[in-house]
Write a protein that binds this ligand. Structure first.
Ligand SMILES: NC(=O)c1ccc[n+]([C@@H]2O[C@H](COP(=O)([O-])OP(=O)(O)OC[C@H]3O[C@@H](n4cnc5c(N)ncnc54)[C@H](O)[C@@H]3O)[C@@H](O)[C@H]2O)c1
Length: 352
C-alpha cells in the first residue's frame, strides 16, 4: 500500500456540500495546497469555505469544468498532482424536471476535464505520472435499486434517474481514460451524505429547514424508501485516505452501516427539534409531515459493500447516525444566516 499524500490538489466542486467539507478538512489536516475550481451554481457557496478562505495553502477560482483551457492553466500554474472531481449537478428531482444541465456538467464537463488533465499528465516526468491521481467521486445510485440482503459491488450499473445515469456515464469515461490512455484514477461510491452546509433541497436539510419555517415536510410515497446515511466528515476522511493510499485504478465504497427508512429519519428529526426548539403552539413538528406522490423511478434502497475500503484504506464510518443527526440539526439552528438566504430565493429552490 502506498501512503503518499498529494502536495497540490485541484478540487472541482469544492464550494459544494461534500467538496467544502473535504477542503476544510484537507487544508487543516495536511501540509498540502488546495485549489478549488467551482462554477458556483445555486449549490455552490463561498460561505462554506469561509473558514479557510485566507489560508495560505488555499486558492479559489470560479470556473466551469467544461472550460478545458482555463483548467489547463490552473493545472500547470499550480503543478497539480491530484484532482478530486466532485463538481456535478446532484439533485435527483431537478434531474427529472430538467436533465440537460446534468448531461452538460456530469458527462460533457467530465469529458472536457479529463481531456485537460490527460494533456497535462502526459507532460509530467515518469515519477510524477506514476504518483498522479484523478479521483472521481461517484454515488451508490449508479448501481440502481438493491435487493434486501444484497451487497452491491462495482460492475453492475443500472442507474434509474437522469442524475444517476449521468454520474454512471461520467464514471465510464473516467475508467476508459484509465484503460485506454493510462491516466491514473480512483473511483469511489458513497451512500447518501448528510451534515452541516448541505443545500436545503436534500431530504435532511429540507426537513429541518421546512420544519423551522413551519412549512409542510414532504415525504415521498409511504416513506418506506431506505437510505444509508453517511456523515459528510466520514466521506471527506475517506476521500483523503483514498488519495494517499488508494491503488491506481482502485474502486472504493464509502457506505454507512445501517439503512433507515425515510419516514423514520424524518420522524427522528422532528423528535430532536421538538426537544431542541419546541414549536410555539405546543404541537410536534410531526404534524407538518405530508406524504406526496412518489418520485418516478424511485429506488427503494442501495447497499454498498465497504469491505475493500476497510481493508485497503483503513476506513470505516466513525460518526453514529443519531449523534451526527443531532449535531447537524444543531448546526442548522445555529446557522440560519447560511441557509435562510437560500430559502428566500425561490428561483434557486423550485421544489422546496
Ligand atoms: N450528496 C450526496 O449524498 C452524494 C453521495 C454520493 C456521491 N455524491 C457526489 O459527490 C459530489 C458532490 O456532491 P454534493 O452533494 O457536494 O453536491 P453539491 O450539489 O452540494 O455541490 C456541487 C458543486 O459543484 C459545482 N458545480 C456544478 N456544476 C459545475 C461545473 N460545470 N463546473 C464547476 N463546478 C460546478 C457547484 O457550484 C457546487 O459547488 C457529486 O459528484 C455527487 O454526485 C454526492
Amino acid at each position: 500500500m502506498r501512503d503518499l499524500e498529494p502536495r497540490r490538489v485541484l478540487v472541482t466542486g469544492g464550494a459544494g456540500f461534500i467538496g467544502s467539507a473535504f477542503c476544510r478538512r484537507f487544508v487543516s489536516s495536511s501540509q498540502s495546497r488546495v485549489v478549488v475550481a467551482d462554477k458556483l451554481t445555486y449549490a455552490g457557496n463561498l460561505l462554506s469555505l469561509a473558514s479557510i478562505s485566507s489560508h495560505p495553502r488555499y486558492r479559489f477560482e470560479r470556473m466551469d469544468i467544461a472550460e478545458a483551457d482555463a483548467i489547463a492553466v490552473i493545472l500547470r500554474e499550480e503543478a497539480i498532482d491530484a484532482v478530486v472531481h466532485l463538481a456535478a449537478e446532484t439533485h435527483v428531482d431537478r434531474s427529472i424536471a430538467a436533465p440537460a444541465e446534468f448531461i452538460e456538467t456530469n458527462i460533457v464537463g467530465t469529458f472536457r476535464l479529463l481531456q485537460a488533465v490527460l494533456a497535462y499528465w502526459r507532460e509530467l516526468g515518469q515519477t510524477a505520472r506514476d504518483a498522479f491521481r484523478f479521483h472521481y467521486v461517484s454515488t451508490d445510485e449508479v448501481f440502481g435499486e438493491a435487493g434486501r440482503d444484497e451487497k452491491q459491488v462495482s460492475g453492475n450499473y443500472f442507474p434509474s434517474s437522469p442524475y444517476s445515469a449521468s454520474k454512471a456515464a461520467g464514471e465510464h469515461l473516467v475508467r476508459a481514460w484509465h484503460r485506454t490512455y493510462g491516466l491514473p484514477i480512483i473511483v469511489s461510491h458513497a451512500s447518501n451524505n448528510y451534515g452541516p452546509y448541505q443545500y436545503p433541497d436534500k431530504l435532511i436539510p429540507l426537513t429541518i429547514t421546512n420544519a423551522l419555517q413551519g412549512r409542510s415536510i414532504p415525504v415521498y410515497g409511504d416513506g418506506r424508501n431506505e437510505r444509508s446515511w453517511l456523515h459528510v466528515d466520514d466521506h471527506a476522511r475517506g476521500l483523503q485516505l483514498a488519495l494517499a493510499r488508494g491503488r491506481n485504478g482502485g474502486t472504493y465504497h464509502f457506505g454507512a452501516a445501517m439503512a433507515q427508512a425515510n419516514i423514520v429519519v424524518v420522524r427522528a428529526i422532528c423528535a430532536v427539534l421538538d426537544r431542541m426548539n419546541p414549536r410555539g403552539n405546543g404541537r410536534s413538528y410531526e404534524d407538518l409531515i405530508t406524504f406526496v406522490p412518489d418520485r418516478p423511478g424511485h429506488d427503494l434502497r442501495y447497499r454498498l459493500d465497504p469491505r475493500r475500503s476497510e481493508e485497503e484504506l483503513g476506513w470505516s464510518p466513525a460518526v453514529p447516525f443519531a449523534e451526527g443527526l443531532e449535531e447537524t440539526i444543531f448546526w442548522f439552528l445555529e446557522n440560519k444566516s447560511w441557509w435562510l438566504p437560500l430559502r428566500a430565493d425561490t428561483r434557486t429552490c423550485p421544489i422546496c
